[in-house]
Design a protein around this ligand. Structure first.
Ligand code: DAH
Length: 347
């Protein structure tokens, strides 16, 4: 018996030296320690032994079992370590390789200019409000003192959706009327409304059938044109630089009286004359005026008690001026390169 056990040990030692991986080791474990393995088959021989023999053989068998187990476990640990190291070696990250470039987005330039305008007006206590893009003729024209058949409608070639009543708003001015009506002729108002507007224009470098306006309205007591001038001064300097000067030129809008075109001195040539200002030294940036008494009345405000001013910026025009863009279509082509270039061009 002892000889047999010795032989098994020897054989095991030999076999262990030839094991190369965990799979082979596992097979070996089954061969020796499995239910039908060598060690178990030796134990089954016990029954034919005398009590004395059983004692010594039992001890022998136990030692054998412990030795086989510890040798296999030892090798197992070694092989596992080796495999892990091999894996780590294969999966090593080469940090000197150039990284794959991740293309990042950039803020849409129109969105950016609108946010800038919003933050200047919010700092002066204005609310930013929204209005419907599908609008009724009533708000888009009639409440604004532009009755049906009035020639002022021709300037805003409108997309009608249903009969002559439902349309795509041709300006953001209807939001003025809506906000005044909501306030019931009783409360002062300070609001701006940036939003999309639509006109049946052919698309070219300076026209688009859809464009963005930023409407503004202030209603209070004793408001005069000089308040409008002061407000326009602040926004112009914030957007185009502290050295910019402003001026008003007389104009005509049906919903304001008096009406003005608001100009800033050219921020490129400082007023000397250049291609941007077409050698005039001035650039027009918005239409504005004192809210017409008819509009106040139509929207529930008593013109004897209340007065106010309104203005309308073209957002694309502001962005084109500020970022030196000369084609309005650039804004709608969603070419990431454009947004990125604008980002760098910021003045
Ligand atoms: N709604 C005008 C337009 O689309 C712009 C405008 C001019 C708005 C004067 C105003 C304003 O509020 O007072 O041409």
């Amino acid at each position: 018996m002892e000889e047999k056990v010795l032989k098994i040990k020897e054989e095991l030692q030999n076999k262990l030296t030839n094991i190369n991986n965990l799979k082979e080791l596992n097979d070996l474990k089954v061969e020796y320690l499995g239910k039908k393995g060598l060690v178990s088959s030796l134990s089954s021989m016990m029954s034919s032994l005398s009590i004395e023999e059983k004692k010594s053989f039992g001890k022998l068998l136990n030692d054998l079992k412990n030795e086989v187990t510890s040798k296999i476990d030892e090798l197992k640990e070694k092989l596992e370590k080796e495999e892990l190291n091999k894996k780590l070696e294969n999966e090593r990250i080469d940090i000197s390789l150039p990284a794959t470039k991740i293309s990042c987005g950039a803020p849409n330039i129109l969105e950016k200019i609108i946010e800038e305008v919003e933050s200047v007006f919010m700092s002066m206590g204005y609310d930013v409000v929204d209005g419907p893009e599908i609008e009724l003729d009533h708000y888009n024209f009639e409440l604004l003192n532009i009755p049906k058949g009035h020639p002022a409608r021709d300037a805003q070639d409108t997309f009608y959706i249903k009969d002559e009543e439902v349309l795509l708003r041709s300006q953001t001015s209807p939001v003025q009327a809506r906000v005044m009506l909501e306030n019931g002729g009783k409360k002062p108002i300070r609001m701006i409304c940036p939003g999309k507007t639509y006109r049946r224009d052919d698309d070219d470098a300076t026209h688009s059938h859809q464009f963005m306006q930023i409407e503004g309205l202030l209603i209070d007591k004793n408001i005069s044109l000089s308040d409008l001038k002061g407000t326009f001064d602040v926004i112009s300097k914030k957007l185009f630089g502290e050295n910019v000067e402003t001026r008003f030129r007389p104009s005509y809008y049906q919903f304001t009286e008096p009406s003005v075109e608001t100009d800033i001195s050219c921020f490129v040539c400082g007023g000397k004359g250049c291609s941007l200002c077409k050698n005039t030294g001035w650039i027009t940036v918005s239409g504005a005026g004192m809210v017409h008494p008819n509009v106040l009345r139509n929207c529930g405000y008593d013109p004897k008690e209340w007065s106010g001013f309104a203005f309308g910026f073209g957002a694309e025009r502001l962005a084109m001026l500020k970022y030196g863009i000369n084609d309005i279509r650039t804004f709608y082509q969603t070419d990431l390169r454009d947004s990125k270039n604008f980002d760098r061009k910021e003045v």
